[in-house]
Design a protein around this ligand. Structure first.
Ligand code: ADQ
Length: 489
């Protein structure tokens, strides 16, 4: 077997995720334009350069015709991307349905859909069937491009069935699976009708990774309690076969953010923003507009702070940048109007003819714009109700070297485990506590700010996305070697 020293320096890696890191827009019958898309996984893997990585995933568009498919495949090949083509019905049932309506809320402790249980159960079955079918389609594309020795790294809750599909094709394939969301308590997971089938499918992988030790522990408990398997410090054992389970906390490419701050255009932007908000402290929220991010709770806490601290009303501003996602799902539409309503009320209540306390933007910012905003921010507010990790908190810390701003962070974000000592940790459900944390952050003496910031900055710059990926892949190689040795014994 190969020893670590003999391993090729640049290993071929097949990264399989629901979405490719680019969005495709059709410009003509056989022409496409491609754009890098926003999101946590994309941000993390952009930082990984050690491997000869190929991406396999859905391009986010329906391409029914052969001419279009061929042209898109060629355009994507230049970006080392390989498309999986999903038809509209599959996207509806698998992506909108099973992934985003069932698994996403469940894994974030929001429970299964409640309304009309009978219809839910019926549609549940067809959605689960579509989920399995879609995972099989991803497996087919992986198999087409797989070469012996490749590491196949499956990502996230969309592809829990993929390890099983791949191992059925080829039991020698090195397969890893990483979950970007929390894995909930086994008591939550056991409510899922397909709980056992999903767990067994994931266990087909050689290595299963989570952001935190707690999520890994929840997964092992689900396997022991629901499947009756044996949990060990190494992972989960089923009839002598071990699936290794471990925590791999993700990071960001911190250097990319730090370097961006030195770019003249960004410097110019920083100057303009500083002038724009001169005399006021800037608080910032950057989130996808999703119920897990606790945006209404955050804004209500800010309202409470303004209510209780009249002196601060014209001295602080909250900038909330919320990118709309999953806009065709009714729950997300409801959330958008709810947030708009609260913001409108607060601005009506506390605004003056010249200034409003909240600027709420329903859109994405480009990378440089985002860096400039992070750089001028005095207090960042991350109040996720649950969040696998939360990279916004990391990005903010990376951009804070001159300012040494304060991070208010939900204890329910994975990042609380790594940035907890530097941040002010809060329970986002407790509006009074968050309002008090806002006051504490705004008034924090410079020495304390610096001490807290240094702690976080140290962590963010030494636990990068690149190291995360290297750690996962090297652990996968070791796991496979150990498994081979075990079989030989
Ligand atoms: P997300 O839920 O997308 O990721 P997060 O980790 O915060 O959450 O990453 C969001 C990314 O999108 C960041 O890189 C951020 O800069 C960018 N972004 C967000 N809002 C933006 C805006 N308005 N404009 C521009 N860019 C914006 C999922 C999980 C997380 C986990 C990651 C990675 O939900 O818990 O940390 O995957 O594993």
């Amino acid at each position: 077997s190969e020893s670590p020293e003999e391993r090729p320096i640049s290993q071929r890696l097949l990264v399989v995720a629901n979405r490719l890191p680019v969005s495709a827009v059709r410009r003509g019958e056989d022409s496409w334009s491609l754009e890098i898309s926003a999101g946590g996984l994309v941000s993390a893997l952009l930082g990984v350069k050690e491997f000869e990585a190929r991406w396999i995933g859905w391009a986010g568009v329906n391409v029914p015709d052969e001419v279009g498919r061929k042209a898109l495949t060629e355009a994507l090949a230049e970006k080392r991307c390989i498309p999986v083509f999903l038809d509209e019905e599959t996207v509806h049932q698998y992506y909108n349905g099973y992934c985003n309506n069932i698994l996403w809320p469940l894994f974030h402790y929001l429970g299964l859909p409640q309304e009309d249980r009978l219809a839910t159960t019926r549609s549940f079955q067809s959605q689960f069937a579509a989920y399995k079918k879609a995972n099989q389609m991803f497996a087919d594309v992986v198999l087409e491009h797989y070469e012996e020795g490749d590491v196949v790294w499956c990502h996230d809750y969309h592809l829990m069935f993929l390890p099983k599909c791949l191992k059925e094709y080829n039991s020698e394939m090195k397969v890893g699976w990483f979950l970007h969301t929390p894995f909930p308590s086994s008591e939550i997971h056991r409510t899922l009708p397909s709980r056992s089938e999903l767990l067994r499918a994931v266990l087909a992988a050689d290595l299963v990774g989570f952001h935190t030790y707690d999520y890994a522990r929840h997964f092992v408990s689900a396997c022991t309690r629901i499947l009756g398997l044996e949990g060990t410090p190494e992972g989960v054992e089923d009839q002598g076969r071990l699936t290794r389970v471990a925590a791999f906390p993700i990071g960001i490419d911190s250097g990319r953010f730090i370097r961006a701050l030195a770019i003249p255009e960004v410097q110019e932007n920083i100057k303009e923003l500083k002038a724009r908000f001169a005399g006021r402290k800037v608080m910032l929220g950057v989130d996808r507009l999703d119920m897990i991010k606790g945006i209404p709770q955050k804004i209500l806490a800010f309202e409470k702070f303004l209510e209780e601290n009249p002196d601060w009303r014209d001295k602080v501003v909250l900038l909330q940048i919320a990118v709309p996602t999953r806009t065709d799902v009714p729950e997300y539409q409801k959330l958008t109007s709810q947030v708009h309503e609260i913001v409108g009320r607060i601005n009506g209540r506390f605004g003056t003819l010249t200034a409003v306390p909240i600027h709420h933007l329903d859109r994405s910012l480009d990378f440089h714009g985002l860096c400039a905003l992070y750089a001028i921010t005095d207090v960042a507010l991350v109040t996720s109700l649950r969040d696998g990790m939360n990279l916004v908190s990391y990005e903010y810390v990376a951009c804070q070297d001159s300012k040494k701003g304060v991070l208010i962070l939900s204890e329910f974000a994975g990042a609380a485990q790594s940035l907890g000592a530097g941040a002010i940790l809060v329970n986002p459900w407790n509006i009074t506590e968050v309002a008090a944390a806002i006051g504490q952050a705004l008034k924090m003496p410079p020495e304390e700010r610096e001490k807290r910031h240094l702690h976080n900055f140290q962590h963010v710059t030494t636990h990068t996305a690149q190291q995360w990926a290297e750690f996962f892949v090297s652990e996968m190689n070791d796991t496979v070697i150990e498994a081979q040795q075990r079989i030989r014994k």
